[in-house]
Design a protein around this ligand. Structure first.
Ligand SMILES: [Zn+2]
Length: 245
């Protein structure tokens, strides 16, 4: 019966109707997307990136466990880590590594001046200088510090020349972690840097024979080591503070 068969034109109409309905359905599904709800896709990570943390700055607290913890957690100064000493050797993390702790103050190292933004600060409970005596660092406490340093260095790929003391980045204001800090022992464990003793002796002999080099040479050497030293050839206060060399 020819009348029972659908005309080709009406078939197309039905198909078009179906497609329009589907489009409306899809659009209404999309309309549930709310741009105010943050939906971030983190499934793809860029190849070119590195840690914002480039330095580790070491300090002593010049106070005991309790007082150090109180100051670093409640005053307008802080550090990422606090390593206490006997009777309770303990590592506190007071600031997340992704956040900025307030430990370096006005400071500089190589080209960098905002040290707090690019560093992790570690405070070590040690009295520093008391009654004219420097307090030796507790060996077990230093084992804890070394383990902590190894972990931070590995995770952030910190270069040896960027593991420094507060006195390195602020030599005119700070003396911590002080002359008894075991830089050499740490360097022997692959942490930070230490000088070549034979080379130092060579320099010493040369200086004894020929006299000290001029200030311009010394200032250049301090700058190469990372210190922010004026390059004016004068034996000024700023040039006399690279005491770690
Ligand atoms: Zn300090």
């Amino acid at each position: 019966m020819p009348g029972a068969r659908m005309h080709p034109a009406s078939g197309w109409r039905a198909l078009r109707h179906g497609l329009v309905t589907l489009a409306i359905l899809l659009l209404s599904a999309c309309s549930t997307y709310d741009p105010r709800v943050l939906d971030i896709d983190r499934s793809i990570q860029a190849k070119s990136q590195n840690s914002r943390v480039e330095l580790i700055v070491l300090h002593y607290t010049s106070a005991g466990n309790e007082a150090s913890l109180k100051v670093l957690s409640q005053r307008n100064v802080s550090s990422h880590y606090l390593v206490t000493k006997e009777p309770h050797r303990h590592v506190y993390q007071l600031v997340a590594e992704s956040r900025r702790a307030w430990h370096a103050g006005v400071a500089a190292w190589y080209e960098r001046s905002d040290i707090n933004s690019a560093s992790i600060g570690i405070e070590i409970v040690n009295q520093g200088r008391e009654n004219g005596q420097w307090e030796p660092y507790d060996p077990v406490q230093m084992q804890v510090v070394a383990a902590l340093l190894h972990d931070i260095i590995r995770r952030h790929q910190i270069k040896p020349h960027n593991i420094v003391g507060h006195s390195d980045v602020a030599p005119q204001r700070k003396i911590d972690p002080g002359p008894l800090f075991p830089w050499k022992q740490l360097a022997q464990q692959g942490i930070g840097r230490w000088y070549d003793a034979a080379k130092a002796q060579e320099y010493e002999q040369d200086f004894l024979r020929n006299g000290l080099p001029d200030m311009a040479w010394t200032q250049k050497a301090l700058q190469r080591a990372g210190y922010k030293t004026p390059q004016n050839g004068l034996l000024d206060k700023a040039s006399m503070t690279g005491h770690k060399l």
